[in-house]
Design a protein around this ligand. Structure first.
Ligand code: CU
Length: 357
């Protein structure tokens, strides 16, 4: 991770000194003169000019590999020793996002986003849990998959300040529970391998109306631009499976420059905080019928959700064709401190394309 930081710092430093002052346009990287420096995974980073539309397509790949307790990586055996019959070992999530933006005025941009999500989770059963292994057709590992449409997000971005090098806008959004929270897959348990409700982490939707406030500050320096975005997700009630996901807060900070008229390079940091899941997950078993004193799987319990994480961000934006942008960014965790026993974050990669007219 240190080498990554040195390389990206050297890259940005070298570009800033070697090239002419960058023509960076922090207002909008879509349809203006050159790509913005905001990482493609940051949404709502810009406003549009009156009457302008933008469509976007993003694909995000997230890899969670290995269990954590706090900030330490732990083995499945230690998860089993904590009482759980089953330990997750890995989860991948792929999310395709379709977005639209429209500006009814120079000070207001409306944004809508819908996603399609595929999640896969691998598990290992405690070698001592013979009955459960027998119920799993003699195998001590199993995988689950969940696919579906996610929650629809609607946001209004309002300009708060536009003064020389400084720009500030606020986001007021709502997430509508269009995603399923009732997806099931084949799981071992009483009666063998049967279709059962998957835990919250595998559901495409939150099942709740969520508030999505955000605040974005953009700065235009000499030869570089930077940005800072703080955003939150507040769950307003419990869903019909008797739980709500944790509230969420995130801050992304980035700085970048445009070494070529069609290329921008960005480096930054992302901090995220997730709260614990509240409530019980109806239909997800917490206590197995046998053996006594054991519990099922960490994902069935609220205290094993959430935590804090600091990511390094490295991104590129290309604008080869007028009004279109292709962006890619990587997020790699520098540090994470997670609640209870849960999978740690490994890598998040986002590839996106935007078209403005
Ligand atoms: Cu846009």
């Amino acid at each position: 991770m240190k080498s990554y930081l040195i390389v990206s710092a050297a890259l940005l430093g070298g570009l800033a000194h070697a090239s002419d002052p960058c023509d960076c346009f922090p207002v909008c990287g879509c349809g203006h003169d050159g790509p913005s420096t905001a990482p493609i995974s940051v949404m709502g980073d810009h406003l549009h000019v009156k009457g302008e539309w933008m469509f976007s397509l993003r694909h995000m790949y997230m890899d969670m590999d290995g269990m954590y307790a706090g900030s330490n990586s732990v083995s499945p055996a230690s998860v089993h020793a904590a009482g759980y019959l089953v330990s997750p070992t890995r989860m991948t999530m792929e999310m395709s996002m379709l977005g639209a933006m429209y500006a009814p005025s120079d000070d207001l941009t409306l944004m809508a986003m819908i996603s399609y999500i595929q999640s896969d989770m691998d598990h290992v059963i405690d070698p001592g849990a013979g009955m459960l292994i027998a119920a799993n057709a003699g195998n001590n590992t199993f995988g689950t998959r969940s696919v579906g449409v996610g929650d629809l997000k609607l946001t209004a971005l309002l300009r708060l300040k536009d003064e020389g090098r400084h720009q500030l806008h606020g986001g007021f959004g709502i997430s509508l529970p269009t995603g399923s929270i009732s997806n099931s897959d084949i799981l071992p348990g009483p009666g063998g391998r049967l279709s059962r409700q998957l835990p919250a982490a595998m559901q495409p939707g939150s099942g709740t109306f969520d508030l999505l406030p955000s605040l974005t500050y953009l700065y235009e320096g000499d030869g570089w631009t930077g940005g800072l975005q703080a955003r939150g997700v507040f769950r307003t009630h419990e869903n019909h499976h008797d739980y709500r996901l944790g509230h969420r807060g995130e801050i992304d900070a980035w700085a970048g420059c445009q070494p070529l008229s069609w290329l921008s390079v960005t480096s930054g940091l992302g901090f995220s905080w997730d709260g614990e899941l509240e409530g019980t997950q109806a239909d997800v078993a917490q206590v197995p019928p046998m053996p006594p004193g054991r519990i099922t799987v960490p994902t069935a319990f609220g205290e094993n959700h959430g935590g804090m994480r600091l990511d390094a961000i490295l991104g590129f934006n290309l604008q080869i064709v007028e009004a279109q942008r292709i962006g890619v960014d990587l997020r790699l965790p520098l540090w994470q401190d997670l609640n209870g026993h849960r999978l740690g974050q490994d890598l998040t990669a986002t590839l996106g394309w935007t078209l403005a007219f």
